[in-house]
Design a protein around this ligand. Structure first.
Ligand code: CP
Ligand code: NVA
Length: 309
């Protein structure tokens, strides 16, 4: 039997990124044409959410239904995990019932612990280090709008957080250039940045971290931002909102990128903080195409991991 495949980090798709994007495009076209495609008939996905979610929850649940399967929403408050059952035992038990587990967790170690003990594929639905489902989606969205990926420049402006970490690896894998413009002290995870550099060396991608937002967006085809206060960091809100203000994605900053640059945000957006209304609702914004693509990209991930295609 082939080993099960997990999606814990963006690095896990390094060899299959092109294939997953192709599959996602095919599945999206079929969905838009109203064609039924149900390769996961009879299969179930358990979804454990330690944190809130709109896009991830709804797109995974609808995605499983459209693929002929079923998804279960599980909150740790309702699971025995909330009363002390171990992650390892939860993984072993769920593996006896379901065909895959999606986990949104506070700690990446917990996602890895679950994956180690599960005999079914585990998908990281966001943790403190990474958000791979989002970045596969983002690359699909950029490819659709720009006609390709290789050689494009993405400027990420804001916090060097989970989304930024996965973008660094994803851009490197796609042969895109990336500049992360972040305040001093809010740089991306050093190990994940090093992984991105290693991959970039094989794909002619240039990855850099700078501390000036204008420098980051210079020559950019994509301007990307995310919240300044990620889930779990609420105590730092006041300090972060003060420090990040010069990193706001507003019309002036977008004007400093390429004329035909697109603007992305994984959402939820905090309008008036990391991004202004004018930009998020402006002509260059593709944030809602990006949100829609969570559905199509994750259907491809599910078919790959649970369906073995
Ligand atoms: N972008 C994203 O993961 O959104 P949710 O938190 O709503 O799932
Ligand atoms: N960086 C954000 C992403 C939300 C989808 C967070 O972790 O809260």
């Amino acid at each position: 039997m082939a080993a099960k495949r997990d999606l814990l980090s963006m690095a896990d798709v390094e060899k299959d990124l092109v294939g997953i994007l192709e599959l996602a495009t095919g599945i999206k076209n079929r969905t838009k044409a109203g064609e039924a495609y149900e390769p996961l008939r009879g299969k179930s996905l358990a979804m454990i959410f330690e944190k809130s979610s709109t896009r991830t929850r709804v797109s995974f649940e609808v995605g499983m239904t459209q693929l002929g399967g079923h998804a279960l929403f599980l909150s740790p408050n309702d699971l025995q995990i909330g009363r002390g059952e171990t992650i390892a035992d939860t993984a072993r038990v769920l593996s006896r019932y379901v065909d895959g587990i999606m986990y949104r967790a506070y700690k990446s170690e917990n996602v890895r612990e679950l994956a180690r003990h599960a005999s079914v594929p585990v998908i990281n639905g966001l943790d403190d280090k990474e958000h791979p489902c989002q970045i596969i989606t983002d690359l699909l969205t950029i490819q659709e709008h720009k006609g390709g990926l290789k050689g494009l420049k993405l400027a990420y402006v804001g916090d060097g957080n989970n989304v930024c970490n996965s973008l660094l690896i994803g851009c490197a894998e796609a042969g895109m250039h990336m500049a992360a413009g972040v305040p001093k002290g809010y740089e991306p995870d050093p190990l994940l940045l090093a992984a991105a550099h290693r991959i970039a060396a094989t794909t002619e991608s240039h990855i850099e971290v700078v501390h000036d937002p204008l420098e980051a967006v210079k020559g950019a085809d994509v301007v990307y931002t995310d919240v300044w206060v990620s889930m779990g960091m609420e105590k730092e809100r006041e300090e972060r909102e003060r420090i990040f203000l010069p990193f706001q994605v507003n019309e002036k900053l977008v004007a400093a990128a390429k004329k035909d640059a697109v603007v992305m945000h994984c959402l939820p957006a905090h309008r008036g903080l990391e991004i202004t209304d004018e930009v998020v609702d402006g002509e260059q914004s593709i944030v809602f195409d990006e949100a829609e693509n969570r559905l199509h990209a994750q259907k491809a991930i599910l078919v790959r991991l649970l369906g073995g295609e």
